[in-house]
Design a protein around this ligand. Sequence first.
Ligand SMILES: [Fe+2]
Length: 199
Amino acid sequence: MQILPLNARPLAIDHIDLDPRWLAHSLSQPQQPISGHAHRSTNTRQFDLEPLRDLGLKVLDRTSLYLTEGLGLDLTGLSLELQNSWFVYHSRGSSAGPHQHRRSVISGCYYLACDRDSGHIQFHSPCVEFADLPRKTWLPQISPEWSILPEPGTLLIFPSGLSHSVTESHSPCLRICLAWNIWIRGQISCPDQLSDLKL
Ligand SMILES: [Fe+2]
């Protein structure tokens, strides 16, 4: 029997070794509260700042691989553009409810500081089929949610419309994550030229 994982929302998990300068930079950034015990950096163009330009280039490189090698897309004539990027700081007791990143195509996050008690990031399926049935094996394509425990250096790349949340931190350590949105620019041409699209 062949089973096709139809309508998947592919998530890329990767690792980039943490540069201590990135962590020091994150701790130096002005912050504003977003909810409960969570804060975010007031500057939302972090990849424009040294020393994060290098990480931004790595993120674009990995995102291009995700789209071409992972999803089979053809990016000829198109380019990826980092729209915004911001740090999120979670202290003990903080969490984040389900949300999507609107007005974006591809999003991602990179963890600079966390431990085993800092909480999971969970990705939620819009599908409810099989959701409550007992299972021997958890398959990502039919799981109502998929939970990841990040480590420092973990990189995640996902479609911006994929709903996700963060479970509560029980750690005395600050969890620091850099999040971003990517837009695609260029011209998508169609043979009939009637539905050409400029992004
Ligand atoms: Fe998010």
